[in-house]
Design a protein around this ligand. Sequence first.
Ligand SMILES: Cc1cc2nc3c(=O)[nH]c(=O)nc-3n(C[C@H](O)[C@H](O)[C@H](O)COP(=O)(O)O)c2cc1C
Length: 396
Amino acid sequence: METNVLLDKAFLPKNLGNSSVLLNNVFIKSATFEGMYKNGIPTEKLTAHHVAMAKGDAALTTVSYGAVSEYARTFKDQMYINDRSLEELKVLAQKVHEAGGKVSMQLTHCGYFTKNTQIKNPLAPSRVFNEYGFLSGIMFSKAMNRKDMDKVANQFADAAYRLKEIGFDAVEIHMGHGYLLSQFLSPYTNKRKDEYGGDIENRSRFPLEVLKKVINLLGKDFPVLVKLNLSDGFKKGFSLDDCKYVSKKLEAAGCTAIVLSGGFTSKTPFYLIRGDVPLAGMIKNGTSFAEKITLALFGPVIIKHYKFSSNFFLDQAKEIRKHVDIPLVYLGGVDSKKGINEILNSGFDFIAIARALIHDPDFLIKIKTNEIIKSGCTRCNKCVVEMERGGIRCVL
Ligand SMILES: Cc1cc2nc3c(=O)[nH]c(=O)nc-3n(C[C@H](O)[C@H](O)[C@H](O)COP(=O)(O)O)c2cc1C
């Protein structure tokens, strides 16, 4: 189709999958850890951040990393779903609605990817070494038993239900990036010998149980998106073939849309964003002397660099597009009018954007009105450092 026609169409209202939630257009602000919390409670800054996204024409803005419990957090101060945070989130949802947008919450459990010292034995599919948190004294994970699994599945469902009750328009279950559900999906961390480990049918059993529990409790009309890896980004991790299998299962289970991404934060953290590794800032942010020195000495070796290119996940994502009919959200390196047209031409239903909107919340308005054709974000990735220094922002 002619490109301008496609782009114009992308700015027209569209339902979020089969739900009755009508979005203003196809653009979604992707979840980016905001770091705008105090003792686990969101601050007013978080509301202002998402209102700016809605005003900038992101039809659905995703609040990042709502931990499903106090013990599901990667960092101690991080937000989790409880009575107090829900009071603030209710205001956030109201204000996003007043600004003309819709709001979703990314629901996450860290699994063993944590340096939250409240947690002595972080949960995971298997007992594995905690390469991320060992310097904080959290050495190994605990392999989850049936009781743990039921508890965690209920926490996801309860959190989703409570968000629906306070006016959120959607939830996104995080099954990617090396968090708990992704740890189940990945053969790198799932070494179980029971029906929850082994082939992809078994490795996906628990994540699918979680999804079904959420959908059963919320009802079919409430949008439940899933963020899923195309691949973990290394050999012996979750593969594109695994993604094909899981996408079909998500479709059959009644998931509203799949947000495709990639990478495993404890092993390939920059696979999912690409561009510069802001090592100096990461060293400064280190929570202990040991962490700072380890990063300084081994950072360049252990943190792999991936070159940025526009739409860097498009080739992999197209493979999934061929394989399923469920609405797909393209994510990864969206930074220009040309790139957006390419994605629309490839049959994706929605487009999620992170850094171009952190750099300029009005990016979409400027693209729509032809004020710009490309984002000014340089992928310096210093926003990654800023999120732990009082709140995510662009340093440019
Ligand atoms: C500072 C920063 C924080 C992020 N935090 C999260 C997060 O909490 N949850 C998540 O799923 N992805 C997170 N991401 C990944 C983004 O959602 C997105 O997948 C990635 O930045 C690629 O999209 P982009 O090229 O449009 O920036 C983060 C990315 C950045 C740059």
